[in-house]
Design a protein around this ligand. Structure first.
Ligand SMILES: Cc1cc2nc3c(=O)[nH]c(=O)nc-3n(C[C@H](O)[C@H](O)[C@H](O)COP(=O)(O)OP(=O)(O)OC[C@H]3O[C@@H](n4cnc5c(N)ncnc54)[C@H](O)[C@@H]3O)c2cc1C
Length: 304
């Protein structure tokens, strides 16, 4: 089923992100993880695409497996920066042939190695990729957004102008980069509404469970890590179990507040750890059921 249609039926959507196993591991090593996550009853599951397309075959295979083995809506990520237009079409055809109806259309990061030559015949940014997918197929298209702005953007205002270009090109919904400060997300949401962005925006949340993750996140996103999270991480950094408890509690309280605010969806960056996702969902069981019963639009169609 298309994710955009799910948003019309029930809000908030709860979804999980997983990443494919490394190149030297068989794809089957992730099947137990998928099984555990499926049992938590998400609305959809997304599968990332390794930098530079390094896992593209596995992304297609895993997204297809989720869709066809479980009849659970899957979302396949694609990045266009390192692929020719023909290669992108091959991936799109393969997803279509495997009943995957949803694509997260991304540019991807520029390669760190300055010697890598990018194909000239490529989509230069996500808006161009989205436009192509919209013009040539019937996929539901998700795209990325950045509440604290993308590092390439001059400022948040111009970043949101580009986001509007993605929506106008055909993006049906947006998923945010992980963030830790809900106020930044609320301000961002208001700005997007002022600029005419009216598609669902689902909030990407990642529990921080060790201090190494903080540096990774800072380098990856350029995001600020709020003082209250840093205080917790520093207080318990020498005890992994205490740190895990504290990081999890922070993510759960962030999610509860976002749900109360009325967020369209929560997308959990699971890091392929079903236990973390289980802990989060078991802390919001009653909240989730209140919200879904309030927001559910009755329908006959139960297909996925
Ligand atoms: C939800 C989510 C999922 C992700 N999944 C993956 C994944 O599976 N694999 C992976 O490798 N990476 C993934 N990423 C990371 C992503 O690839 C990087 O953030 C990348 O640097 C930008 O991709 P994009 O699609 O946002 O790029 P774009 O939207 O094309 O551009 C990024 C920013 O650059 C600026 N920009 C670009 N072009 C223009 C222009 N013509 N005019 C003005 N401004 C412009 C805008 O500020 C824009 O926000 C994901 C990110 C998110 C938030």
């Amino acid at each position: 089923m298309k994710i955009v249609d799910k948003f019309k039926k029930v809000k908030p959507l709860i979804s999980f992100e997983i990443f494919p196993p490394k190149a030297d591991s068989p794809v089957t090593t992730i099947y137990d993880t998928i099984d555990d996550l499926y049992n938590l009853d998400p609305d959809f599951m997304s599968v990332t695409y390794g930098a530079g397309g390094s896992t593209k075959d596995k992304t297609v295979e895993i997204a297809s497996y989720i869709q066809n083995r479980y009849n659970l809506t899957s979302l396949a990520h694609i990045t266009c920066i390192s692929s020719t237009k023909d290669e992108i079409d091959m991936i799109l055809n393969s997803l279509k042939d495997n009943n995957v109806r949803n694509i997260m259309a991304l540019r991807g990061d520029y390669p760190k190695d300055p010697n890598v030559v990018l194909p000239t015949n490529r989509y230069k940014n996500s808006a161009e990729l989205i436009q192509h997918i919209k013009d040539t197929s019937d996929f539901c298209i998700g795209a990325a957004c950045y509440p604290e702005k993308h590092p390439d953007a001059k400022d948040l205002d111009s970043d949101i102008d580009f986001l509007k270009r993605k929506m106008d090109a055909g993006a049906d919904f947006f998923t945010t980069q992980m963030f830790f400060d809900n106020e930044a997300f609320y301000d961002f949401y208001d700005l997007t509404a002022k600029k005419g962005i009216n598609v669902p925006i689902t909030a990407g949340i990642m529990p921080i469970l060790n201090k190494r993750q903080v540096n990774t996140v800072k380098n990856l996103t350029g995001n600020a890590v709020p003082k209250k999270l840093m205080r917790v991480l520093e207080r318990y950094e020498n005890d992994p179990e205490a740190l895990r408890e504290a990081g999890m509690a922070f993510a759960i309280s962030q999610i509860i507040e976002l749900l109360s605010w009325g967020v369209d969806g929560i997308h959990i960056y699971t890091m392929n750890k079903p236990d973390n996702a289980r802990k989060i969902l078991s802390s919001i069981t009653a909240i989730r059921s209140v919200l879904t019963s309030e927001n559910k639009i009755p329908t006959q169609d139960q297909s996925n």
